[in-house]
Design a protein around this ligand. Structure first.
Ligand code: PEP
Length: 242
């Protein structure tokens, strides 16, 4: 079953959470995929309450590698869990760029998430300059090698940086090639666990391109940014998934 995950990024209010969660909860039973929303920390608990009893899952967008302590402004994995999250997105390219998150930091956060009972979605992806230089596969392999804890059992999201929030989507051929590459690296790193791991595609997924992207081999779902802020758009993507 594919996973369609919505990353609200630094968007969302109590009112928006309600506007998105209510129709998702009503529609989730009829979907062939799993649905996940990742609101900002301020409305995570509220969103989890709204979705309680529905099939829609809730996740955070980041967590600290420590469980608690003197880290002003940060949120830990056990705190996300306590607020109602079952998932957390880690290593998103915006966090890697805005906060200098290295592979080692992402790896420590993923271990903390697992210890807290959260499922982690670890994001990887090359910049446009790296792709143009023919380095895309090597960059993604290095990110996977550095970011995944030993025995990692979560989800990986391939998100080419140049396709995030730009309206540009990787071609089906590029997605097929990169997801096959990610699969091979996961099998090398994790054996059997890597063979069955879901690999999400992210980067300007919308209702009009979701069906063709979700049909590509080794695509286990989507990580959706902009289009996840509108319930109708997000549900249209979910209906294209299986
Ligand atoms: C993302 O935030 O992970 C993302 C893929 O954003 P968008 O769908 O807006 O490109």
């Amino acid at each position: 079953m594919q996973l369609i995950a919505g990353n609200w990024k630094m968007n969302g209010s109590v009112a928006l959470a309600e506007a998105i969660a209510t129709p998702l909860a009503a529609a989730a039973d009829g979907l062939a995929c799993e649905l996940l929303v990742c609101p900002p920390a301020t409305v995570l608990a509220w969103t989890a309450q709204l979705l309680h009893g529905s099939k829609v899952m809730v996740g955070g967008q980041n967590c600290h590698a420590k469980a608690s302590g003197p880290h002003t402004g940060d949120v830990s994995a056990p705190m996300l869990k306590d607020a109602g999250a079952a998932w957390v997105i880690l290593g998103h390219s915006e966090r890697r760029a805005d906060h200098g998150e290295s592979d080692a930091v992402v790896r420590a956060k993923a271990a903390a998430a697992t210890a807290a009972g959260l499922q982690a979605i670890i994001c990887v992806g090359e910049t446009e300059a790296q792709r143009l230089a023919g380095q895309a596969e090597a960059v993604v392999a290095a990110q996977l090698e550095g970011s995944l804890p030993d025995g990692f059992a979560g989800v990986v999201a391939y998100e080419p940086v140049w396709a995030i929030g730009t309206g540009r989507t990787a071609s089906e051929a590029d997605v097929a090639a990169m997801h096959a590459h990610v699969r091979a690296v996961l099998v090398r790193l994790l054996g059997e666990g890597g063979a069955g791991m879901r690999i999400l595609y992210g980067g300007s997924v919308k209702a009009s391109n979701a069906a063709s992207l979700m049909a590509v081999a080794n695509v286990g779902g989507a990580l959706v940014g902009g289009a996840s802020l509108d319930a109708a758009d997000f549900l249209a993507i979910a209906r294209a998934a299986g």
